[in-house]
Design a protein around this ligand. Structure first.
Ligand code: SF4
Ligand code: SF4
Length: 707
């Protein structure tokens, strides 16, 4: 061992010891902070399924590849992060002896080729990611909200990216020096790039090339150890830490399967058990989330894992219409607050023992305006439509909607702090069983003048489907047309169905999404009991919110029903020849996916199949299916004023009008209202043709079946 090797190996050893010590300390701190969260025992159920899901999502990059180019580039970088550890081990050997090769495989051509390919593809991958980040940086040419990286810590991402570039360059430089010294054990086919780099060192004497190997190996080790030191000193550096935390975050995701945390909301939990309002003790039990440590440990792991990629932000309807909510910034705020407050909590809440900064952080309300130093501004909390676009896009399975609703629950149930307009809706639900406050005895008025008798379950006859009409379908004029169209089509197709009539009450969806679990449970229990009493098994619903609640949430209260959306049933009736469109609707049609039918329940094809049969031309909007853009009404936003930014429905209507079609088809009564209002406004301003109309898929089909 010459003097260069002695110095290099000593420096490498010292750097490694420091880096590992800091890293161990950082991991311990991170685990301690995450353990501050509430228990979530359900996350340990189905370990085999969870392991398979994690393997599939990580190795198959199933979520990352929703953005194909970024996903592919990231896959190569991820593989290299693991595989190139072998070249790091080599580097340690090379600081001692430039001839070092890994035992058994080090001289093997296949190993040489594998590392060559992995390093090269990682180099290409990281170059693509760097270019994409630069093109989308929050300065020019994509300023402000157009950039998904707005609010991300850019230096951290650049640092991670250039570290990978440095590692890849070191791999090829070391191999190039080996080739120049005549020590590279691989033929040209196994290491073409290394041979080419070696050709560039052709004039370098063998002894100097071997010094080059040792020095470059040291540089490689120092780059790697510096990376560990930097991330150890920045435990909130999600863009780096997700390389480790993404695995448990995916493993412990809510469903444990490929499905994201959409559809049903997570029940209200306290101490790891569903909260029972009959027995709940306000002094002991949690009513939603009031402080950051009242999220579960999985919530804190979610916040830790955020990579700051901004995919969620790029899809969020609130962010894209100028509102203060960005799901990414919300997660980052919660993460930074949790880690800043943790020393105070770990000191047992003793202000005397914790650092002053932690005590100050602990005094911040979780939800509060700027004046009160709130972590999450109320305008952020109440801007969410629970559309699920963020959850759908998140590559590491963060569960934004559950976290947002948990914070809302505390604000509504304990603080009574929510937009006052929504209070009217809640009162209407409690007093009249519908959000409009319509007299319950008018629930069946939509049946008048149909030309056939709509059967009630109370009539006692046999029926296949219980037709769940919903409050909008029973009381809202535009939605009533959909209800009548569906009933007519079912009648025409000879489907036996019956309605509950006045036995129906609101499913409770708006109350639950607002955060009022108490009102939700009251309504839901009433409906579950009614449905069980009448022996309902197959239910058809026109409202995706009713559909979602009955299908996915009533099971939490003992109601297990087979629920279909009317577009699914109509698609079946068309394909089986029971309904035959005879005259296609002309003027062109576009289809708007409702969030609670599409993203939350994956019903994308049936409405399109119906429209395909009923119209000559179906044109997609730029944002459709999984990436559809919310109408603005979900999450009880239907009953709140939209005071900030551009109206979400106007943004969506502009997209629909740009397709140039005459018919904007929807399959949700709230979308019908929101987009209908948007088009009416555009017509009034002379920005939309008077021929354009917003109608339900069922109405389109009815026109084609009975022109
Ligand atoms: S659910 Fe929709 S509105 Fe709410 S934060 Fe996510 S993307 Fe934004
Ligand atoms: S929450 Fe998910 S999608 Fe949003 S920035 Fe973080 S990792 Fe990306």
């Amino acid at each position: 061992m010459g003097p260069v090797q002695i110095v290099a190996s000593a420096v490498a050893a010292v750097a490694t010891v420091i880096a590992i010590a800091l890293l161990v300390r950082a991991v311990a701190r991170m685990v301690t902070v995450i353990r501050l969260g509430q228990p979530a025992p359900e996350r340990f159920a189905g370990k085999g399924r969870r392991t398979a899901t994690t393997a599939r999502e990580v190795l198959g990059h199933t979520r990352m590849l929703k953005w194909t180019l970024v996903g592919a580039a990231h896959w190569f970088v991820m593989v290299a992060f693991g595989a190139l550890v072998l070249t790091l081990i080599e580097a340690y050997g090379e600081t001692v002896d430039p001839h070092f090769a890994l035992p058994l495989i080090g001289h093997w051509g296949a190993y040489g080729l594998a590392m060559e390919l992995i390093a090269a593809l990682a180099g290409i991958g990281i170059a693509i990611l760097i270019v994409i980040r630069l093109l989308n940086r929050p300065a020019r040419p994509r300023p402000g909200r157009l950039s998904r990286f707005t609010g991300s810590n850019m230096w951290q991402a650049y640092y991670v990216e250039w570290t990978i570039v440095g590692i890849v360059l070191c791999v090829f430089t070391i191999r190039g020096f080996k080739q120049a010294a005549g020590d590279l054990p691989y033929p040209v086919w196994a290491a073409p790039i290394s041979h080419a780099v070696g050709a560039g060192f052709s004039g370098v004497p063998a002894s100097a090339a071997r010094v080059g190997i040792t020095v470059t190996a040291l540089v490689k080790i120092l780059i790697s150890m510096a990376w560990f030191v930097v991330i150890a000193l920045n435990v909130t550096m999600g863009v780096a830490w997700h390389r480790f935390t993404a695995f448990p975050n995916i493993f412990f995701k809510r469903s444990g399967s490929a499905a994201p945390a959409l559809g049903a909301l997570r029940p209200m939990m306290s101490g790891g058990k569903p909260l029972d309002f009959e027995e709940a003790d306000p002094d002991k039990d949690l009513f939603g989330v009031a402080t950051v440590e009242q999220f579960t440990w999985k919530g804190l792991l979610d916040f830790t894992t955020c990579t700051e990629c901004g995919r969620c932000q790029s899809q969020c309807p609130a962010w894209n219409t100028g509102k203060p909510l960005s799901p990414k910034l919300l997660v980052l705020s919660l993460r930074d607050h949790a880690y800043a407050k943790a020393p105070y909590l770990l000191a047992g809440g003793d202000g005397g023992k914790a650092r002053a900064a932690a005590v100050t952080e602990a005094k911040r309300p979780l939800v509060g305006d700027a004046e009160s130093g709130g972590v999450i501004d109320p305008d952020v909390l109440w801007s969410c439509t629970t559309c699920g676009a963020c959850v759908e896009q998140c590559p590491v399975d963060i569960e934004h909607v559950d976290h947002i609703v948990d914070m809302r629950r505390y604000q509504v149930l304990i603080e009574s702090n929510f937009p006052s307009e929504a209070g009217v809706m809640l009162r209407n639900l409690e007093n009249k069983g519908n959000p409009w406050g319509a007299p319950p005895n008018t629930r069946e008025d939509w049946t008048k003048g149909l030309g056939f008798e709509v059967p009630r379950v109370t009539d006692g006859g046999d029926y296949e489907y219980l037709f769940w009409v919903g409050c909008a379908g029973a009381f809202e004029d535009r939605a009533k047309k959909t209800t009548r169209a569906v009933a007519t089509l079912l009648h025409e197709a000879g489907v036996s169905f019956a309605i509950l009539g006045q036995g129906e009450t609101c499913t409770g969806d708006p109350a639950r999404r607002l955060g009022n679990e108490f009102v939700y449970q009251m309504l839901a229990q009433q409906n579950v009991s009614t449905l069980n009493e009448v022996g309902a098994r197959k239910i058809v619903a026109t409202c995706p919110h009713c559909f979602n609640t009955i299908a996915n949430e009533y099971g939490q209260l003992g109601g297990d029903f087979e629920v279909v959306h009317h577009t699914q049933l109509l698609a079946h009736l068309v394909s089986s020849g029971k309904l035959t469109p005879v005259q296609p609707v002309d003027g062109g049609v576009t289809y708007h996916d409702p969030c609670y039918l599409g993203r939350h329940n994956r019903v994308f094809a049936p409405p399109r199949e119906v429209l395909g049969a009923a119209s000559d031309t179906v044109t997609e909007m730029p944002r459709f299916a999984e990436r559809s853009f919310c109408c603005g009404a979900g999450g009880a936003r239907m009953w709140m004023e939209e005071r900030i930014g551009k109206r979400i429905n106007v943004e969506r209507v502009e997209e629909a009008l740009a397709t140039g079609v005459q018919t904007v088809a929807v399959s949700c009564p709230f979308c019908l209202t929101m987009l209908g209002d948007g088009v009416t406004g555009k017509k009034a301003m002379g920005e939309a043709s008077t021929d354009v109309e917003v109608v339900d898929v069922a109405s389109v089909l009815l026109r084609a079946v009975k022109p």
